[in-house]
Ligand binder design. Structure first.
Ligand code: URA
Length: 452
């Protein structure tokens, strides 16, 4: 088999066999296929696509390119969630402790932020002592004892995806359905969970810009789930505005803890953020073993949905999820006192108040630009190896639909780089458009698609 022939075949839109796809993935991972041939192959896939069978072959080849985590020693259905990435998405940090406090084992591998999108591992790293770099044995132990563990993807888990993703990033081949779906699902399959809830972000801060593209990606991943015997459900959620009030790392940890402290209906918590957390948790409860019990034999689907929502609210109201957050932080070596004392988290040297520069109603925002302004302040990275500043970021006081006045407090910038403040301020303000009348705002939950 020759890589040249496989590239040529895809160039002419021909279907590749499972064997050919495995040849490409294995050859590139071990180094016998060079970057230039793999780049040509990825571009041929980007231009001509892959069908369901080819996408499944690609996913399984990448999943099996390294270790496959075996979670069978943890009793019950192990659930996981994954977001396709956005700005201000700290959902996992609230969801994990809530799910674990309900006795549902949640085994999660998360990534770091890249470009305008943030990563859960970077946010967790802002907690003093916290380490997501843990062995498989310890990972399983924490899921068993605490109920929730979040680890960074080890070098041995889906190494093909790591290498291919880095090449896609510099060859303009990230935004393809088959390549995104196989990248996400290979990691999910290799990390062992039985039931996976995917939060497919949609809008100008996400990979998928419109609902039909997001739905196509969701269906593609659900299909891979079905063919690989994993239960996969999807939510399509809006990313036409940053999620919540904060974009950064330590400030997002605080926002996630605040939800567990004050509850879903508190005015201290952003409504779009609390809605996403509530619905993600509800869907994960529905996928867990909770309702696989005689007690619920005659319960209708509608009643189960209401009951799932009720128990999610209850565990937060009773303080159980907050307690679980402390246990989870401690289990991964972090200082759990941060939950009660936010001053233990890294603090920025410069805190700068931004006032708004026009009158009107916030009409739209280029979400990616808000992510880039936060990155400039130090909260993100453009290249994988760059260091980030845990204390940097942006706190927003206004959301789409809100009235804004010239001179009114709009945002706070946190940074250790004084020289960048003015540029970040201009970038942030220019990202917003105002109108004379308030336009209706979109619901953050666009759709929920459950496997039948
Ligand atoms: N997240 C991933 O893990 N892979 C992609 O290709 C896109 C988003």
């Amino acid at each position: 088999m020759r890589m040249y022939d496989i590239i040529d075949k895809k160039k002419y839109k021909k279907k590749l066999s499972d064997e050919e796809i495995r040849f490409v993935v294995d050859g590139y991972t071990e180094g016998s296929i060079p970057d230039y041939q793999m780049a040509a192959f990825l571009m041929a896939v980007w231009c001509n696509g892959m069908d369901e069978e080819e996408t499944l072959s690609l996913t399984m080849a990448m999943a099996h390119s390294g270790d496959m985590l075996d979670l069978s020693m943890i009793p019950g259905t192990k659930v996981d969630k994954h977001s396709t990435g956005g700005v201000g998405d700290k959902t996992t940090l609230s969801v994990g402790p809530i799910i674990a406090s309900l006795g549902i084992p949640m085994a999660k591998m998360s990534g770091r932020g890249l470009g305008h999108t943030g990563g859960t591992i970077d946010k967790l790293d802002s907690i003093p002592g916290f380490s997501s770099d843990i062995s498989d044995e310890r990972f399983i132990e924490i899921v068993k004892t605490v109920g929730f563990c979040d680890a960074s993807q080890t070098k041995d888990l889906a190494p093909a995806d790591k290498k291919i993703y880095a090449l896609r990033d510099v060859t303009a081949t990230v935004d393809d359905y088959s390549l995104i779906a196989s990248s996400i699902m290979s990691k999910k399959i290799a990390s062992g969970a039985d039931a996976i809830l995917l939060d497919v972000k949609c809008g100008n801060g996400a990979f998928m810009q419109d609902v039909s593209s997001a739905r196509k990606l969701a269906e593609c991943m659900m299909n891979i789930g079905k063919l690989s015997n994993r239960q996969v459900n999807c939510m399509i959620t809006d990313m036409n505005e940053p999620l919540g009030n904060t974009v950064g790392n330590s400030i997002e940890v605080i926002e996630a803890i605040d939800l567990l402290k004050y509850g879903f209906d508190s005015d201290k918590v952003d409504k779009r953020y609390s809605d996403i957390v509530l619905y993600v948790c509800r869907e994960m409860v529905l996928m867990s073993d909770i309702f696989k019990n005689e007690k619920y034999e005659n319960t209708t689907e509608e009643e189960k949905i209401l009951e799932a929502e009720r128990i999610v609210r209850e565990t937060v109201e009773q303080g159980k999820a907050l307690q679980k957050m402390k246990e989870f932080i401690a289990a991964e070596g972090g200082d759990s006192n941060v939950v009660n004392d936010y001053s233990l988290l890294p603090k920025a040297k410069y805190i700068y108040e931004v006032t708004f520069d026009r009158d009107g109603y916030l009409d739209s925002v280029d979400t990616k630009e808000v992510g880039m302004a936060s990155l400039m302040l130090g909260a993100g990275r453009l290249k994988k190896e760059e260091e980030i500043d845990s204390a940097a970021g942006i706190r927003l006081y206004k959301h789409l639909g809100d009235k804004v006045n010239k001179g009114e407090k709009f945002a706070t910038l946190y940074t250790n780089k004084e020289e960048i403040i003015k540029e970040a301020e201009v970038r942030l303000l220019n990202a917003y458009k105002v109108s004379e009348k308030a336009n209706s705002t979109k619901n953050v939950i666009i759709d929920i698609i459950r496997q039948v």
